[in-house]
Write a protein that binds this ligand. Sequence first.
Ligand SMILES: [Zn+2]
Length: 446
Amino acid sequence: MSMPNKSYLTTKSFDRLPEELAVTNAHLIDKVEKLDAVKTVIIKNGQIDGIHDQLPDGYKGEQLNGDGCVLMPGWFDMHVHLREPGREDEETLQTGSFAAANGGFTGVACMPNTQPAIDSQEVINYILERTENNLVDVHPVAAITCGRQGEQLAPIAEMAEAGAVAISDDGSPLMNAELMRRALEYSKMFELPILGHEEDANLSKNRHMHEGFYSTKLGIAGIPAISEEVFIARDIMLTAYTGGRFHVCHISTKDGVDLVRQAKAKGLPVTCEVTPHHFTLTDKVVESYDTNTKMSPPLRSDEDRQALLEGLKDGTIDVIATDHAPHSIEEKEAEYIYAPFGITGLETAVGLIISQLVEQDVLGVQDLYNKCVANPRKILKLAIPKIARGETANLTLFNPGVTWKFKDIRSFSKSQNTPFKEFPLKGKPVAVINKGQIFISPDLKK
Ligand SMILES: [Zn+2]
């Protein structure tokens, strides 16, 4: 197809949608609209104009070939670090948005561990203004405490009013239970979820990988699973006590999943997410001493990984989120124990989800509607886009049959700290559409 320009090459702006675009013969999946069939969708002036069994006779607009592809409402990643303001050398709102689009996402929620932290109305406004005309919807998450220092509550009411979708001190745990209690009370008042980074820093301090067989073998101080679990237990209890809403970020342990399962069985408003790296890799890969295997929480044992797959299957785990955490090469080239925690994730998510979950029969491709489209937006109280006539076209198109490697594609993130460069992936984003704009993955454009 011929698209209006090649602005993706400069990453200055997204392409405008042509006046009329047909996405032909794609497998449409939208649980709310009860769509699960191969159809052709026509988009006119940014809105869905019709859904057809095939391209209508006499159609004269542009076409995007959806043969063999899946078309869903736009995917949403509720856990990314975009580093702006403060570390624009690692990522910016703009490059992070392009990485999101290239990874198949039309919306993200960005975490507050920026410099300055997202702890005031000014920083919320800054992010919203800078991303206003972006294809990718960028929703800021407000810090719980000023400067994420864990000492004094940030102006949560003010930030909720400015457009924060959740509150979190992610990147660090909130050690003070009395402050977590207050935050949960705000959560109730403003109907904002708390996104909890669950880690007892006293149990994890100066530790660098999962505590277990491999930490002993490698002689690296290990972070015990219990450091995550005691905080999940604490925060579930505080949630029950306050009536707030709690979401566990990047859950990684077997007993952690069990705690969430029990909380749900009691009817508590507790949800959780898992990252693609935690359901794909285990602490064994740390044997490579590759600092791109270092993240918080750390890669756990295979028993933990199996429990994450089980949690995804039985619905205990609501959401798949990447925890996209760009770091500069200089920082990551340090010795293992000195390297920062975190890896990039936006551009490898679809490939890992299809190859590790769908291909392995953990989830059906239809289940990705809940984990990647609907649940993250439900948790953040955002409208869920629909594939229906008259709706704004907010869509993700991916090809579940394509095999590829990250090292062979053009990446839009400013940082490349991923352990998946050589990892065989199946399933590749093709295009995303939102707000009258389109992004076509350059690798598939040829
Ligand atoms: Zn975190």
